[in-house]
Structures are given as C-alpha cells and as structure tokens.
Design a protein around this ligand. Structure first.
Ligand SMILES: NC(=O)c1ccc[n+]([C@@H]2O[C@H](COP(=O)([O-])OP(=O)(O)OC[C@H]3O[C@@H](n4cnc5c(N)ncnc54)[C@H](OP(=O)(O)O)[C@@H]3O)[C@@H](O)[C@H]2O)c1
Length: 215
C-alpha cells in the first residue's frame, strides 16, 4: 500500500519503522531537507505535503496537533485527499492544563473530517507514545497491545485495522468517528501522568480480567 506522511517527526518515523518493507512510504514536512533525510533512512521518497497526499492511498496526519488543520489545507484541502484513507494520530491536548483543547465536545478528527469530506477518515495510534509504536515487541504484561481506533467507513476501518496489525498490535474499533473525542480525552489522561513521571499502567490497569460484563 502507498502511505504518505504529512510530517516526518517522531510518530511518522516510529510507524514507518514498522511499515518499512511492507508498504511504499513518502515523507513530507515544512523543512524539505529534514524530510529528505528521514526518507533516505527508509529508502523512501519525500517532498512537499501536497505530494505526500497525492502519493498515498493512505495519508497519515503526523504534524503536531496544532498544525493539523493548516497542514491539510496547505496540502491542497479536500480535493487533494479525495478518496484517500486518512489517519488522524493527533492528540489535541494542552500540556499546561492536560485537557483536550477542543471545548465543544467534538474531536479534532471530526473537524478534520469536515475539512476533508471526500476522504475516509479514522483516528488511530494516538493512545501510546512514539517509543511504544517503535517497540519491536508489542507484548506487554504477557498480552499483545490492543490499539483502539475509530473510523466511519468500512474501507477505512479495514485499512486501519491492517496497518495496526502491521505494527504488531491488535486492532479494536471503538466505533465511528463520533467516538474519537473519547480517544482524545483518554490520551489526555495518559499524557498528564506521563508528564508527572507516573506510570500510566498503574492508572489504567484497574479492570479484573475475569469480569466479563457488568450488569
Ligand atoms: N510523540 C508521541 O509520542 C505521540 C504519541 C501519540 C500521538 N502523538 C501525536 O502525533 C502528532 C505528531 O507528533 P510528533 O511527536 O511526531 O511531532 P513532531 O516530532 O514534532 O513532528 C511534527 C512533524 O510535522 C511537520 N509539520 C508541521 N507542520 C507541517 C505542515 N504544515 N506540513 C507538513 N509537515 C508539517 C514537521 O515538519 P518540520 O520539522 O519540517 O516543520 C515535523 O516533521 C501530534 O499531534 C501528537 O499529538 C504523538
């Protein structure tokens, strides 16, 4: 599959490390020299964001969250992303308040979907750090990491699930993009504890595995 990255930073590189050899990759950035250096490390192509969008059957939005909406506009907007599967990995979370920055109860994913009505969007890979995605062994506490994702279309869901399997994780669809806000809010909790130097496992490991259902 052809995958274009808008952004070539920590997350793009961590995911690309897992997808190299399985998919054709294309990196972009504001600084084209930096993007070219990253691409060279993967034997991949690079260029401006518009070219990454044109290249990809799948386009990964891997700028900082503050830049995501501008970046898709600069890459050519809806026409440039029409019929692409677009993966939003961003966490719109303030590292001062540790709250999501969208106060209307809607997600950045939904704002991106509104900006790109011709694309098939989903949210994935936002719940763990770049170092986790780069980890060659995604087994933690004896269990394979489960990656929650959202997508509105069946095609986006299938493609994203496949790419999650390709990083060594197990996909689990939370629902449509109406659920993306929950993923962003959950990431805000993880990020708060990471910044506080506390292991988020101690916070999220609160469910007894033998409890199957709550009635
Ligand atoms: N880092 C993590 O552990 C982690 C984990 C989960 C989710 N996330 C989310 O993933 C996103 C990316 O994080 P990151 O740590 O990978 O960021 P990063 O290392 O700062 O990289 C950001 C990249 O975006 C590029 N960029 C910025 N504006 C652009 C534009 N208009 N067009 C094209 N490229 C542009 C930058 O290129 P230039 O350098 O050329 O400006 C840079 O390559 C964030 O929204 C974050 O919330 C991060």
């Amino acid at each position: 599959m052809k995958i274009g990255f808008i952004g070539s930073g920590a997350m793009a590189q961590a995911l690309a490390e897992k997808w190299r050899g399985k998919h054709d990759l294309f990196f972009s950035g504001r600084n084209l020299e930096k993007a070219a250096q990253v691409a060279a490390g993967f034997g991949a192509k690079s260029g401006p964001a518009a070219e990454a969008a044109a290249f990809g059957e799948v386009v990964v939005l891997a700028t900082r969250w503050e830049d995501a909406l501008d970046a898709v506009a600069q890459a050519g907007g809806d026409a440039a992303f029409a019929s692409k599967v677009v993966i939003d990995i961003n966490n719109p979370v303030s590292v001062e308040t540790f709250l999501t920055t969208r106060d209307d109860g809607r997600s950045l994913t939904q704002a991106l979907a509104e900006a790109l009505p011709g694309a098939e969007l989903g949210k994935a890979f936002n719940m763990a750090q770049a170092a986790v995605w780069a980890d060659p062994d995604m087994t933690y506490d004896g269990r394979t990491l489960v990656t929650l994702f959202t997508a509105d279309s069946e095609r986006a869901s299938e493609v994203i699930a496949g790419l999650i399997r390709d990083v060594g994780s197990e996909p689990l669809r939370l629902g449509g993009n109406a659920h993306a806000y929950q993923l962003e809010a959950a990431a805000a909790i993880v990020i708060k504890f990471l910044f506080a130097g506390r292991d988020p496992h101690t916070v999220f490991n609160f469910i007894q595995p033998d409890v199957r259902a709550i009635r």
